[in-house]
Design a protein around this ligand. Structure first.
Ligand SMILES: CC(C)(COP(=O)(O)OP(=O)(O)OC[C@H]1O[C@@H](n2cnc3c(N)ncnc32)[C@H](O)[C@@H]1OP(=O)(O)O)[C@@H](O)C(=O)NCCC(=O)NCCS
Length: 196
């Protein structure tokens, strides 16, 4: 999914075109942190049948299916769904949206986490799954992890800023030109914050 999302223009750490080999080392490092219980993986799944029919099913139906499956969360050592998520299909079916909640290495920054890699399967974008995913992440961060806030960073000029504002996040900072996606194309790094 990460490869397809990137190649369709998503801003998830890479610029297109990419192959699985380009992303695999980063993915391996990210999911190793989930396996160790440092970071949490929040994902939405659809029953396999819904995914097979995604092209012809109506998006609202997909959204409701995903809400019914909501929400598979892994990341704590005590949660045996973590190993399920990493070693094979989730019980609910195929993952159609996911993100990571990263813990800071600083002991002074443990009351909040950073949201990253937010992505919805391109076949299912625009059907409300992204909004549902962000809500599931906020609920998990508050209720299960006991956090006070979430933060995230995005590159300017993608439209994602509007999406995060609609999810309740507010812009708290902007570093001009910090992200160079091509030799003559530098984007601002925009910092968002959500009080839980
Ligand atoms: C961004 C993303 C997670 C949103 O998920 P989604 O399921 O498509 O979003 P939703 O259907 O819940 O949309 C919610 C609202 O945000 C808007 N929106 C979503 N993505 C948007 C974008 N890239 N630009 C502008 N608006 C966007 C939708 O139009 C919708 O608004 P509406 O209700 O007025 O129509 C998804 O499009 C995606 O995976 N994009 C590629 C990866 C990426 O760039 N991630 C962001 C990393 S910072």
């Amino acid at each position: 999914m990460w490869v397809r999302v990137t190649n369709e223009g998503g801003s998830v750490g890479f610029v297109p075109p990419v192959t699985a080999d380009d992303i695999r080392p980063t993915a391996a490092r990210s999911f190793e942190k989930v396996r160790q219980g440092t970071d949490a993986l929040v994902c939405l799944t659809l029953p396999a049948e819904s995914d097979k029919n995604a092209q012809k099913s109506d998006p609202v139906g997909s959204f409701q299916d995903a809400q019914n499956e909501l929400a598979n969360v892994s990341g704590t050592k005590s949660d045996n769904r973590a190993s399920t998520a990493l070693s094979g299909p989730l019980p609910g079916g195929r993952v159609v949206a996911w993100l990571l909640l990263a813990e800071s290495e600083s002991l002074l920054r443990r009351h909040w986490r950073t949201v990253y890699r937010v992505q919805v399967d391109p076949k299912h974008q625009g059907a409300g799954l992204g909004t549902a995913l962000m809500a599931a992440a906020a609920a998990y961060a508050k209720d299960a992890l006991g956090l006070e806030a979430l933060t995230l960073m995005t590159r300017s000029g993608t439209g994602a800023e509007r999406f995060y504002k609609r999810c309740g996040y507010r812009e708290v900072g902007r570093i001009p030109g910090a992200i160079r996606v091509a030799p003559n194309d530098s984007r601002d790094e925009v910092h968002f914050w959500l009080d839980l």
